[in-house]
Design a protein around this ligand. Structure first.
Ligand code: DMJ
Length: 591
């Protein structure tokens, strides 16, 4: 989620079949991550190798298709959820969490499909070694993703080149930071999809036109996950030091955000002036925002050998770890930059303003080689909190969903953003965490899919409300008029990707394929680009919003491409961890 307001939209109607909607109002906030304790010493990476940009994308080697796991029946699913909900009622004490420590890493609990568990001869993991592999043939669904990407890119190139976001209907652009956001967010996607020409052209823009010395306010979280994250992952994939230089530059310019009385960063930084400030109306920051910048800053320290980046973000995590105001590991949505305390206590969600806090707890733990116990503890405790307070079942299909808690009252509301959770749970289970996390992931990803399948266009709204009581003629999923927009978000496809990687069950690919087709049906603009829409319930007029978010290229299409691939070495999840904007960063101690 973003805090930005929508730019004024031009009302010119140029695209047959797509009608411009009234200016829409976007809901506000973002996501975040977690607490941390002791962290491994900074171990600066070896000096970067000479650039090898001319190498083709590392689309690795052909693997035997994995065995599909048994397809779960609806009955199995209901039983699993019942078990989980029951288990929640069983008292969960601090003790049980602590006892997980050390007992957690059980390779036998790994969710890797059987074929990948067979030990292969050790292969060197370096990028150079990947170079020598035969490229994997691209399958038809992946080709369809490439075609979609090219279509989106054409719109961006023709009407928004070098600007932040394409407005595909008005054939123009909008600026948020004025930093070519879509182009930077899309760099590693082009690399992974093998779009060499497009990549080289975008690289030239970065080399010649990307300048951070600008009097402009940027949001710390957004620019970290999209720009810093995008540059770092592109550096790793391409080996081109240009991207590391740019990453260092933006990283340094973001540092003033941490100069606050509490060291909890401000939300906004002027990257030209070196000043930072909170939003105009408050001195609070969003919890998710201040706790979901860690993967990127930690990696920047490792690459540069300059520990200031990691120190700053670690301080935030250590501080959040000790804070009171959590509810069985669940965190409030706001934190004050002066006092360092949580504010607006009593509201707990896995959606906007808290989401990536949970995601980054697990991912930092993985990034750092599974040594930082406080991160793991906080993650495990939070998932227990989710099960105890937020997990419910809908009627009539008894879909498991994650609702919200406000001052003791449960609300059956779920943001699409929450659909990152099945993927994160599956990633944790793959890394040896509790096996019931994988069960929960399976049930929740089914729900996220139903948030698409039960809606008229087959596209999910931004927010759904689940029915808790069976009513004749009512579906599980209800949509309020204010929530029926779709911003081309990635979370469900992201989770489908993880689920497919870890189970080999092709139903996840099929679900993703349906979603891609519905994006093509309802959001594709014939003259180039894709657009957010205002009404997922009206197939005859989905009311295009005239905006293509950068994460559609950075995340949604990338996860689609990876989902449709049977090659587990195409961004191997034992070597890379994706930041919350789908930019893969290396795991420091790969499995
Ligand atoms: C992206 O910027 C990131 O995934 C973020 O974590 C949440 N919002 C968007 C996508 O929905």
């Amino acid at each position: 989620i973003t805090n930005k307001s929508l730019d004024d939209q031009r009302t010119e109607q140029e695209v047959p079949g797509l009608k411009l909607a009234n200016p829409a109002v976007l809901p506000a906030p973002q996501k975040a991550d977690a607490n941390r304790g002791d962290y491994p010493e900074l171990s600066p990476q070896k000096p970067a190798k000479p650039p090898h940009v001319h190498r083709g994308p590392s689309n690795l080697q052909i693997k035997a298709p994995r065995k599909d796991t048994r397809l779960k029946t609806q009955h199995d699913t209901i039983r699993d959820v019942e078990e989980l909900v029951q288990a929640d009622k069983v008292e969960k004490t601090e003790k049980s969490i602590i006892s997980w420590r050390g007992a957690l890493i059980e390779p036998d609990q790994s969710t890797e499909p059987p074929s990948t568990k067979l030990k292969e001869p050790e292969r060197p993991s370096s990028v150079e070694a990947e170079d020598q592999k035969e490229p994997v043939p691209i399958n038809e669904r992946q080709l369809a993703v490439i075609e979609a990407f090219r279509h989106a890119w054409r719109g961006y190139k023709d009407f928004a080149w070098g600007h932040d976001e394409l407005k595909p209907l008005s054939k123009s652009y909008s600026e948020w930071f004025g930093l070519g956001l879509t182009l930077i967010d899309a760099l590693d996607t082009m690399w992974i999809l093998g779009l060499k020409e497009e990549f080289e052209e975008a690289r030239r823009w970065v080399a010649n036109n990307l300048v951070f010395d600008k009097n402009v306010d940027v949001n710390l979280f957004e620019s970290t996950i999209r720009i810093l994250g995008g540059l770092l992952s592109t550096y790793h994939l391409s080996g081109d030091s240009l991207f590391l230089e740019k990453a260092k530059d933006i990283g340094n310019r973001l540092m003033p955000a941490f100069k606050t009385p509490s060291k909890v960063p401000y939300s906004d930084v002027n990257i030209g002036r070196g000043t930072a400030h909170p939003p105009r109306w408050t001195s609070d920051s969003t919890v998710a925002e201040v706790t979901s910048i860690q993967l990127e800053f930690r990696e920047l320290s490792r690459l540069t050998g300059d520990e200031k980046f990691q120190k700053a973000v670690d301080e935030v995590m250590k501080h959040v770890h000790t804070l009171s105001g959590k509810h069985d590991g669940l965190v409030p949505m706001f934190i004050n930059t002066n006092s360092g305390q949580f504010t607006h206590l009593g509201v707990y969600t896995l959606g906007a303003r808290a989401d990536s806090y949970y995601e980054y707890l697990l991912k930092q733990w993985i990034q750092g080689g599974k040594k930082e116990n406080e991160l793991l503890e906080d993650y495990m405790r939070a998932i227990e909190g989710v099960k105890k307070h937020l997990l419910q079942r809908s009627e009539p299909k008894k879909l498991a969903f994650v609702g919200e808690l406000a001052h003791g009252h449960f609300s059956a509301k779920m943001d699409h953003l929450v659909c990152f959770l099945p993927g994160t749970l599956a990633l944790g289970a793959h890394n040896g965490l509790a096996a019931d996390h994988m069960k929960l992931a399976e049930t929740l990803v089914e729900t996220c899919y139903q948030m698409y399948a039960q809606v008229e266009t087959g596209l999910s709204p931004e927010i759904v409300h689940f029915n808790l009581h069976a009513q004749k003629g009512h579906k599980d999923v209800e949509v309020k008029p204010a929530d029926r927009h779709n911003l081309l978000r990635p979370e469900t496809v992201e989770s489908l990707f993880y689920m497919f990687r870890f189970t080999g069950d092709k139903k996840y690919q099929d679900w993703g394929w349906e979603i891609l087709q519905n994006f093509n049906r309802y959001t594709r603009v014939p003259t180039g680009g894709y657009t957010s829409i205002n009404n997922v319930q009206n197939p005859s007029n989905p009311e295009p919003r005239d905006k293509m978010e950068s994460f559609f290229l950075g995340e949604t299409l990338k996860y689609m491409f990876l989902l449709f691939s049977d090659d587990i070495d195409l961004i191997n999840l034992d070597k890379y961890v994706f930041n919350t904007e789908a930019h893969p960063l290396p795991i420091w101690v790969p499995a």
